[in-house]
Ligand binder design. Structure first.
Ligand SMILES: NC(=O)c1ccc[n+]([C@@H]2O[C@H](COP(=O)([O-])OP(=O)(O)OC[C@H]3O[C@@H](n4cnc5c(N)ncnc54)[C@H](O)[C@@H]3O)[C@@H](O)[C@H]2O)c1
Length: 398
């Protein structure tokens, strides 16, 4: 099992690298990452010591480099996490999103096609070596935005599929609307980020249709968990609460996202890679709808509780415990074109592959907060540029 995992110094890719090394003793992993501001070798420093892992710093758009990787290593699976991933940044500067997310994907597809094909069938389609697969990690944002039908969350109707998805949860699932994203929902991206991810998905599908390339696509809802760069909602709120800084919330804070614990996502991706049907799209996530403002309040109350109950954690506070309150919330001008609601229907991956989100939201958030409390060094290094120094030390000249 030789994986090429791109973007594995980023949030989800790093969690995925940790997951597969634990799950598959017989795997080898080539990590290709450009180490943009979002990629941090500190995140995977333990994994880099593993003899099964080889790290290569570089851009997925670099033809010579990617060709070289395929030439030197008999890659079985490409799992493409590498992307520009922050919507706000895509509104400021769309171009790099198009370059990395679309052209980078095309380069990976081209090289995989070149090295994996072993001739042509009678109709002229390439024949691919057995067991090879390209998996594109995509997002539910390609489907656009759903209607938010209700201002207050309502309990979901418990049909058979919902029951499977919520298996193990203590509370009944609620939602803010009647419709959900399925794999058949028309693609309708609304930000430069989601437009670039959509274009990439369509290219991946086009390589399947045109060349019969062995591919899968996964589309996931918002992830949270350890190693999340503190520019995204949850880690940013945790960081600001601990520092007693204002908590900026877009608009009225009523945008809804379907939250998934990152480890559950990684498990879903690996299942699709090994068991998913070729050429198929699988949505990953489900029935964990939360409004942004509720998440911010939950982060505040959870941190305040942990600090009170376990005073040893107070050493990481850069503010008085009494300052940790909803008074820190400040409403800021809404994001341009801010999507109202995302909600995933994961029936396909649940029924075909037996996957379901194992971590209930309240538990996942507490685990995440505890991880950040215990890993302040990581937060400080990734925000201070310390990791750049670490990179220079580790990989001088490469
Ligand atoms: N974070 C989420 O909630 C979420 C949800 C659904 C889908 N996704 C998708 O999952 C993937 C990973 O997301 P993430 O949150 O871990 O992103 P991230 O921004 O944390 O990490 C991206 C990684 O890709 C690397 N990278 C960027 N440009 C590159 C290039 N040109 N060549 C090589 N490496 C490059 C970065 O250095 C970084 O390590 C993305 O494709 C994203 O669209 C993310």
């Amino acid at each position: 099992m030789r994986y090429l995992v791109t973007g594995a110094a980023g949030f989800i890719g790093a969690n995925y690298l940790k997951y597969i090394l634990k799950m598959h003793s017989n795997c080898e992993v080539i990590v290709l990452d450009k180490l943009t501001y979002a990629g941090n070798l500190l995140t995977i420093q333990e994994e880099l010591k593993d003899s099964r892992v080889k790290f290569i710093k570089g851009d997925i758009q670099n033809k010579e480099l990617v060709e070289n990787i395929f030439m030197r290593h008999d890659i079985d699976y490409v799992v493409n996490f590498a992307a520009e991933s922050h919507v706000d940044r895509s509104i400021e500067n769309p171009q790099i999103f198009l370059e990395t997310n679309i052209l980078g994907t095309q380069n990976l597809l081209d090289m995989a096609k070149k090295f994996w094909s072993i001739g042509k069938d009678e109709k002229g389609y390439p024949i691919f070596k057995q067991g090879k697969k390209y998996l594109q990690v995509s997002t539910d944002e390609v489907y656009g935005s759903l209607e938010k039908d209700w201002a207050v969350a309502q309990e979901l109707i418990l049909n058979e599929s919902v029951r499977k998805v919520i298996s193990g949860r203590k509370t009944l699932p609620t939602g803010y609307g009647e419709s959900f994203f399925t794999e058949n929902t028309p693609l309708s991206p609304r930000s430069p980020y989601s437009a670039s991810k959509t274009a990439a998905d369509m290219l991946v599908k086009a390589y399947e249709d045109t060349y019969h390339m062995p591919i899968s696509i996964t589309r996931c809802s918002n992830n949270y968990g350890p190693y999340h760069f503190p520019e995204k909602l949850i880690p940013l709120m945790i960081k600001n609460v601990l520092e007693g800084k204002k908590l900026p919330v877009y608009g009225k804070g009523d945008n809804v996202r379907d939250w998934l614990y990152v480890k559950d996502h990684c498990k879903g991706i690996d299942l699709v890679l090994h068991k998913g049907r070729l050429g198929e799209v699988y949505n990953i996530g489900g029935f964990n709808e939360e409004q942004n403002i509720e998440i911010v309040k939950l982060v505040i109350s959870t941190i305040a509780r942990i600090m009170r109950d376990e005073p040893r954690h107070q050493k990481v506070l850069k503010t008085e415990l009494s300052n940790i309150s909803e008074g820190l919330i400040t409403y800021v001008q809404d994001r341009l074109g801010h999507d109202a609601r995302y909600a995933i229907d994961p029936t396909k991956i649940v029924t075909e592959l037996g996957w379901y989100p194992e971590t209930p939201f309240v538990e996942g958030i507490e685990q995440t907060i505890r991880w950040y409390l215990e890993n302040q060094e990581w937060v400080n290094s990734v925000t201070s540029g310390e990791y750049q120094k670490y990179y220079e030390q580790m990989y001088q000249g490469s």
